[in-house]
Design a protein around this ligand. Structure first.
Ligand SMILES: [Fe+2]
Ligand SMILES: [Fe+2]
Length: 256
């Protein structure tokens, strides 16, 4: 791995999702119904732009095989075709429904300024005249190259949703397709699901080929710093506004 890629990877790893109190709380099984609802409401608008962000990058990639990898990623996202599931965003809304939030409520909720800042960053980096390598580093690699979201005991989002929050299958399907911890037969753990490993590899390939001047590399690093800052501000806003430790943790099977 080039020194440049390594420095991007280091930034992502140092401030990975699991360093945020929001994800730590959800993973600990202590999230209240209100926090899980607000998690869905406030994460949805960013996820709702995801495929358009990737397409903005793809539309500017001259190399056909690499562009095809991005198009396949988007096609799966939009349809669930390869995983024989459904549109990924729809499975996220299904998770929302199981914690008592509807698509109407999601659509009607005002955008937090911290959420707006993430969306604006992602659009600027992927869908404007800014060189696409800024988007690949600060949106594509940042999302696809996340280290596993797991507790110290190696409990994944999927296992917590299933075993602790007791969600039914339609509620945890999103986490099946976005699993970040796969226990292998030999007892070791794969970094991420196979699907996601490929996606991160595509992002790295694009950077190796096209992020080839000092100017572009500096820009990519700067955009990645900004993206990480804004993402954590967004996670922290959700946590600070909607989590109160005195509220009982959500359990699907105890709902009336
Ligand atoms: Fe997805
Ligand atoms: Fe992915």
């Amino acid at each position: 791995m080039s020194e440049f890629l390594q420095s991007l990877r280091n930034k992502i790893n140092t401030r990975r999702k699991m360093t945020s109190p929001l994800y730590q709380t959800v993973l600990s099984g202590n999230a209240s119904k209100r926090l899980l609802q607000q998690f869905v409401i406030n994460r949805f608008p960013i996820k709702n732009h995801w495929t358009r962000n990737i397409l903005g990058i793809a539309s500017r990639i001259p190399d056909h095989p690499i562009r095809t990898e991005l198009v396949e990623n988007v096609f799966e996202e939009e349809t669930g075709y390869f995983s024989k599931s459904k549109r990924h965003l729809e499975t996220f809304v299904d998770f929302g429904k199981c914690v008592g939030v509807s698509q109407q409520q999601i659509n009607a909720a005002p955008l937090l300024p911290e959420t707006k800042a993430v969306i604006e960053h992602n659009i600027e980096a992927c869908n404007t005249e800014i060189h696409f390598t800024a988007g690949v580093a600060s949106v594509l690699l940042l999302m696809e190259g996340q280290p596993p979201v797991v507790t110290n005991e190696n409990k994944s989002m999927l296992s917590v949703m299933k075993d602790v929050y007791k969600l039914p299958e339609e509620g945890y399907e999103f986490f099946v397709h976005h699993a970040s911890n796969v226990e292998l037969n030999n007892g070791s753990f794969a970094a991420v699901s196979e699907l996601e490993e490929d996606h991160a590899a595509t992002a790295e390939k694009i950077l190796e080929i096209y992020c080839n001047t000092d100017e572009l590399k500096i820009q990519a690093l700067k955009y990645l710093d900004r993206a990480i800052d804004r993402r954590h501000a967004h996670f922290d806003a959700i946590y600070n506004l909607f989590y109160d430790a005195s509220e009982p943790p959500f359990r699907f099977d105890e709902e009336e």
